[in-house]
Design a protein around this ligand. Sequence first.
Ligand SMILES: Nc1nc2c(ncn2[C@@H]2O[C@H](COP(=O)(O)OP(=O)(O)OP(=O)(O)O)[C@@H](O)[C@H]2O)c(=O)[nH]1
Length: 487
Amino acid sequence: MTLLLACVFVLLHASAIFFLPAFAMQVSYVFLLAAPALACAAALRRSARDGWRHSRGWLLVALAMASWTLGMAASLRQDLFLANANAAPGDSTLLFILFGVPIVLAVSASYVEGDSVLLRVIDAALALALGYLFYVHTFSLITLHGASSMIQALRVALMFDAENLFLLAAAAIRLTAADRRGERHFYRTMVVFTGLYAVATFYYNHFVALGDHPDFGSLRDPLIDIAFLAFALQAWRDPDGRRRLRRPSPALSRVVRTASPLLMALALLVVSVVVLRERFYLGVAGIGVAVLGYGVRTTLVQLKHMQTEEGLIRQRHALEELAHTDGLTGLANRRVLDEMLERAWILQESASQRVAVLMIDVDHFKKLNDRYGHAAGDACLRMVSRALLGATGRPGDVLGRYGGEEFALVMFGRSLQVALQVAERLRAAVEKLAIANADSPYGIITVSIGAASCLVAERSLEALLATADSALYAAKQQGRNRVVGLE
Ligand SMILES: Nc1nc2c(ncn2[C@@H]2O[C@H](COP(=O)(O)OP(=O)(O)OP(=O)(O)O)[C@@H](O)[C@H]2O)c(=O)[nH]1
C-alpha cells in the first residue's frame, strides 16, 4: 500500500510537470518539499515507535531531512521570490551539504550502556566543527547568490558527490556489522537512501542542473523524490520480526563498532585538508580538533574498559575466594581439602611423601542445637573453628570444614605419632573454650578426633580417609572427647 502511494506520488509529480508546463517549477517545488518532509516525518514516527531514548540515529536523520527540506525552501525563495537564476544559490547549497552532518554523526557514533556523556559531547563538537568547515568551504566557492562560474558550480557538484559516496560507504560498513534487528533496519534504510540519493544527485547535478536545465521544473525532477520516498517507505515499515536475522561474525561487529567513531574524525580531517588551501589556520585548527577529539574519545573509552576490567578481576577474585571458603567459619571448604589431597595422589611428586589426616567431629552437637538453638550452634562452630586454627601450628597444614559439624586437618610430611600430638593439642584447645553444652556428659563442647597417616605410594586416598573415619568412629565409641590414631 505504501509502495503504491509512493509510485502515485512520483507519477503525480511527473504528470503535474507535463500537464502544467507554465507552472512546472512551482509545481515541482511542492513535490520536492513534500518528499523530504515525508521522510522527516517517517523518521520521527520511527523514533517514537522505537522509543526516543533508543532511536538517536532516526532522530539525527530526521534532522538531516529537515535540513534538506529547508534547503529546498531556500532554493524556492531564490527562484520564485528573488528570481535568482543561479544553479547553486549559496544558502540552499549550504543546507543541502549540512544535511550530511547529522547523518555522519548517526553512522559514526557507537555507544554502549554506561558510556560517559562526554563521549556524546565530543561527537557533537566534531559534528559542529565539520558543519562549520563545510560552511566556510561552501562560501569560499560560492556567494549567497550562487556560483559565479561553471568551474565553481562543478566543484560544488563534486563536493556533493564525495559527501554522498562517503555517507553510502559509511552506512554500508555499519550494515555489514549490525547484529541487532533495529540496528539492521536503520542501516539498511540508510544504505537504500544514501545509494539512491548518491545516484540521483550525481545525475541531476551533472546532467540536469549543470546541463540543460538549471532550474527545477524538468521532467527529471521526480528522480529526486525516489530516494526520499524509499527512505520514508523503509522507515515506515516495522522490521520483519519473522525474517531470520543474519548475524555477522562477532569479531567483525566488534571491529566496526569500535572503529566507527573514526568516520567522523576522518570526515573532519578530509574537509580540514580541503579548507587548508583557502584558510590555512582554520584548516590546521580543523585537523587539530579531529585528532584531539578522536584522541580524547579513545582515551575515555580506554579508561572505561580499564575500569571494567579491574572490576571484573576484583569480582573474579571474590568469586574464587567464595568458591574456596566456607561461608560460616571462613575456613577452607571441603572442595579445597579434596582437591589438595587428590593432587598429592595424582601428581605423586614424592611417592615417599607422608600424608596425615585428622577428622575432627564436635560431640553431641545436635543436643547443643536443640537446647540453645541453631544460631548458638553456628556461633559455637565459629568459636571451635578459631580454636582449632589457633592450635594447628605449621603454615603448610590446611584446616577446613569438611561438612556440618565436622572439620579436617591435612598435614604433609607428618608421622602418625606427630599427627596424634597435633590432634591432642586441637582437642585440648576446644575443651579449653568451655562452651556450655548441658546435655553432653562433659557439660561443655568437646571434639573427637580420628587420625590416620600413610605414604602416598603405600595406600590409596580413599583408604587413608576410610582409616581416619574408622579412627574417629572408635573415638566416639570409646566415650568421645578423645583422640584415636590408626595406621
Ligand atoms: N547450627 C548448625 N548446626 C549444624 C550445621 N551443620 C550441621 N548441623 C547440625 O549438626 C548436627 C549433627 O548431628 P549428629 O550427626 O547427630 O552429630 P552429634 O549430635 O554431634 O553427635 P555425635 O557426632 O555422635 O557426637 C545436626 O543436628 C545438624 O543439623 C550448621 O552449619 N550450623
